[in-house]
Design a binder for this molecule. Structure first.
Ligand code: NAP
Length: 489
């Protein structure tokens, strides 16, 4: 798909029971290109009626359709095909993702879209290879622990990595024989709509994957979380939304998995490889416009190397190319919405008041219609400030000095969040000591964003409940049953 074709695409419908479908109410909303402010497409606005249609289709497919009864290998073949088709349509999907989110085309093309394909390829193989347990009491008594599909899953996803995160839930959910309703973020409905068509083309039976567009609170999202025929909710988004969903889901006692916000600490010790630490810390803070839950959004630097690191960091940050997301030279694109732009600016105002702005924090005059902000670096802000405690989810980085290792650990842990942290040091004992004391779901030692899809991924404290990845995803999307056999001998 060319950019022109993407821009001409005018309407995105729900996908229910194997077909595109408008809202029962006929209502629509608009999705806007964050880089231009222009309407990218109109979108069917889902209500509880549309959610009900989608859940009913998913329930019927679960009860009477072939999907839950197929072998893991048969399901895996279809999931593998979905992954293949995503790669075949990589350019189309990358353009759509970039026009919907404002992220640089290189990140979509080289990052999000291949990862979406990998999610399907990985879980197709992983679920086929997974075994179950047998506990032998003696020759005449064996207890089998088996996993069965759970039923109908609600998958609710955010706007920052739309296809990447939707497929991270979808692939294991489908691999385990479930059916589902996906509710993408209202800001980014585009690639989920295209994915539905891809899944159908790959041979996924009708009703197994349904997509309903619309709003979260008071809309399609909330209706899904309350629907009595939904068995589980896999949610990625803000911590406050996680709280609301947990309350809504309590009445029908749904199984939940929450991947929530983050405020990652990035610790640079005096014995680190500073060139590498600074280069990676720059990416960790500003990749995807800083709109990443795993961002290194608080940088703590040992006082001995503080000035050196800050100088090198500012120079690097000033070289980041901010601009047209569809231009392959662009390194930082537009923020998702005017609201998000204004939210980030409100923190920049706090930062200016409490600390010193070293660079950035300005709108780009040449792209006045888009939500562009130059990457900002601050010193002099306290870790206890709102700036360092709340998730800004944008390109604004505080740099804070520390003197002692214990102090660095305490600063890193002083936040309600506990998703990820990075540390940079050439002392292996220190790396071990510090990484054990950081209260986060993942710690990167001398790296950032390294992932192996087999490992558990998720947050401690207010950053989540449960883990995704490998076996953890398969466990979440299945019900465990013990069957005890006694033989007569
Ligand atoms: P969000 O506002 O919480 O929305 C996420 C999804 O939930 C959207 O589809 C949203 O619909 C829906 N939603 C909102 N309120 C709802 C409700 N009451 N009931 C049911 N659904 C509801 O999050 P976001 O702004 O899209 O994404 C940014 C957040 O996601 C950040 O906090 C980031 O850290 C987090 N995140 C976490 C991870 C992780 O792995 N831990 C990964 C990526 C992002 P609408 O779009 O219509 O509001």
């Amino acid at each position: 798909m060319s950019v022109e074709t993407a821009a001409r695409t005018r309407h995105l419908d729900h996908f229910i029971d194997g077909e595109y479908s408008p809202s029962t109410s006929g209502e629509r909303f608009e999705t806007v290109n964050p880089a231009t402010g222009q309407v990218l497409a109109t979108v069917s606005l889902g209500t509880s009626q549309d959610v009900d249609r989608a859940v009913t289709a998913a329930r019927t497919a679960f009860k009477t359709g072939p999907w839950p009864k197929m072998s893991a290998r048969e399901r895996g073949a279809i999931l593998r095909k979905i992954g293949d088709l995503i790669l075949e349509r990589r350019e189309q999907l990358a353009i759509a993702e970039t026009m919907d989110t404002g992220k640089p085309i290189n990140e979509s093309f080289d990052g999000d879209i291949p990862r979406a394909a990998l999610n399907f390829h990985f879980f197709a193989d992983y679920a086929s290879a997974a075994g179950e347990e047998c506990f032998t009491v003696n020759q005449l008594e064996r207890h089998l622990s088996v996993r069965e599909p759970l039923g109908v899953a609600a998958l609710i996803t955010p706007w920052n990595l739309p296809l990447y995160l939707a497929t991270w839930k979808l692939a294991p959910c489908l691999a385990m024989g479930n059916t589902c309703v996906l509710k993408p973020a209202e800001w980014t409905p585009y690639t989920a709509t295209l994915l539905a068509q891809i899944a159908k083309q790959a041979g996924l039976p009708a009703g197994v994957l349904n997509v309903v567009h619309g709003f979260g609170a008071g809309g399609a999202g909330e209706a899904l979380t309350k629907h009595p025929e939904v068995d589980c909710i896999s949610f990625t988004g803000e911590t406050s939304t996680g709280r609301a969903i947990m309350t809504a889901a309590a009445a029908t006692l749904k199984k939940v998995s929450f991947e929530l916000g983050g405020k990652g600490a990035n610790l640079i010790f005096e014995d680190a490889d500073l060139d590498e630490a600074v280069a990676t810390s720059t990416r960790a803070a500003f990749r995807n416009q800083g709109e990443i839950c795993l961002a290194g959004s608080r940088l703590f630097v040992h006082e001995k190397v503080f000035d050196q690191v800050v100088d090198a960091l500012v120079k690097r940050v000033q070289r980041i190319v901010v601009g047209d997301p569809l231009d392959a030279r662009t390194e930082m694109g537009a923020l998702i919405s005017k609201e998000q732009l204004e939210k980030v600016e409100s923190y920049i105002k706090i930062g200016r008041k409490e600390g010193k702005l070293l660079t950035g924090g300005e709108r780009l005059a040449e792209f006045a219609d888009g939500n562009f902000l130059s990457p900002a670096v601050f010193t002099g802000i306290s870790n206890s400030s709102k700036f360092c405690q709340e998730e800004i989810f944008g390109p604004a980085l505080p740099v804070i000095p520390f003197k002692f290792e214990e102090e660095a650990i305490a600063l890193a842990n002083e936040t309600p969040y506990g998703l990820s942290a990075s540390l940079w040091s050439s002392d292996v004992n220190r790396c071990h000591r510090v990484s054990q004391q950081l209260k986060t779901g993942i710690v990167w030692v001398n790296c950032w964003f390294a992932r192996d899809l087999r490992t558990p991924f998720g947050g401690q404290k207010s950053s989540g409940i449960g883990r995704e990845g490998g076996r953890k995803s398969l466990e979440f999307f299945s019900e465990e049953k013990t069957i005890c056999y006694r033989y007569k001998g």
